[in-house]
Ligand binder design. Structure first.
Ligand SMILES: N[C@@H](CCC(=O)N[C@@H](CS)C(=O)NCC(=O)O)C(=O)O
Length: 204
């Protein structure tokens, strides 16, 4: 049984959304997002840097949401939601999955961390504006890639859209800049999917 350790609004939404798309059985274990809990030895045993999420597949435990998505696809996906490994299309799929977390979500996540960690008078609006500019450049890249595409790989929905959908969710929430209509139409399209609605409706 897959157990997804989740706190409201966090990247475990990707994993929940994926399980819903694949109609896999899973359970969600809600964990407190407090610094105290995330630095506890109990949680650090599961995630050594104290972040959320964690995935358990029986007694196999892993961290990093993108790795969880790939693990579930490869182990339980029966070829769904990703192109065949070793093809150029799969290379493109990996490109967007990695882009979603390591390039796009990163500056948005740092805005969230900055606001949470520092008192208001210590916060640097200059630093935040710079991170927002980095994130906005990513939305511009998506906007261009989606000009005449329904999804990142063309007409087929894939887990790259799940990875990116979550990044659009936090961008819209913490750094919104709506002047990229193709990227926003895309995010609106993703939110119409039943699996997305179930995941975000219950856990965002
Ligand atoms: N690359 C990691 C990022 C995990 C991450 O940053 N999680 C956020 C919640 S969505 C968190 O725990 N932030 C607390 C912190 O960074 O201190 C992943 O995809 O799992």
């Amino acid at each position: 049984m897959l157990t997804i350790y989740h706190s409201k609004g966090t990247r475990s939404l990707r994993v929940i959304w994926l399980c819903e798309e694949l109609k896999l059985p899973y359970q969600v274990e809600i964990v407190p997002f407090t610094g105290e809990y995330r630095s506890s030895p109990e949680w650090r045993d599961m995630n050594p840097v104290g972040k959320v999420p964690v995935l358990a597949d029986d007694d196999f435990i892993m961290f990093e949401s993108g790795a969880m998505v790939q693990y579930i696809l490869d182990r339980y996906g029966n070829g769904q939601l990703q192109p065949e490994a070793g093809t150029q299309e799969h290379g493109l799929f990996l490109q967007w999955c990695w882009f979603a977390e390591s390039t796009f979500a990163r500056p948005v996540g740092e805005i969230v961390n900055h606001r949470r960690v520092f008192e208001e008078h210590q916060q640097s609006e200059t630093a935040i504006a710079e991170m927002k500019a980095r994130a906005t450049l990513c939305v511009k890249a998506l906007d261009e890639a989606l000009t005449d595409h329904e999804f990142l790989l063309g007409s087929s929905f894939s887990a790259a859209d799940i990875m990116t959908g979550y990044s659009m969710f936090i961008f819209d929430k913490y750094a919104s800049s709506t002047d990229h209509p193709h990227a926003y139409d895309y995010w609106n399209r993703l939110q119409k999917r039943e699996a997305c609605q179930t995941a975000f409706g219950q856990y965002a």
